[in-house]
Design a protein around this ligand. Sequence first.
Ligand SMILES: [Zn+2]
Length: 139
Amino acid sequence: MDFFDKLGDRLIEVGREVSDRARDVSDSTKMQYEIRRKKQELDEIYKDLGRKYYEDNKDSADDQITAIRETLAEIEEMEVKVAGFKGGRRCNKCGAVVPMDSGYCNKCGAKLDDSIFEDESEDAKKAEDTEETEEVTED
Ligand SMILES: [Zn+2]
């Protein structure tokens, strides 16, 4: 009986060790998940900080600021083109691309009347002129 008692104790002990290890593994998995989540949070904070820094230093000659400025300009240029392809137009107030038949900007809520549309046409014409000039230069 003594032997079986000891065996029983040992089995309980082994069971406890196994479950301790399982708990460690699951704690470690949880912690790794937590670490990933924290790093993502940190990335978001860095991004916000970067945006804020950019807003405060827009005119700086810093390489990264310049890269952001150029990328934003490229995006804007493409958005104007896409708006044109889609038969849309851009809101004069916030720059959002909205369908041509929209009465109001779906981003900022500005009223899109015909005077805005006329401005947009001029912008589109200007963009075309620039394109033509570029083509001539290339030839
Ligand atoms: Zn808008």
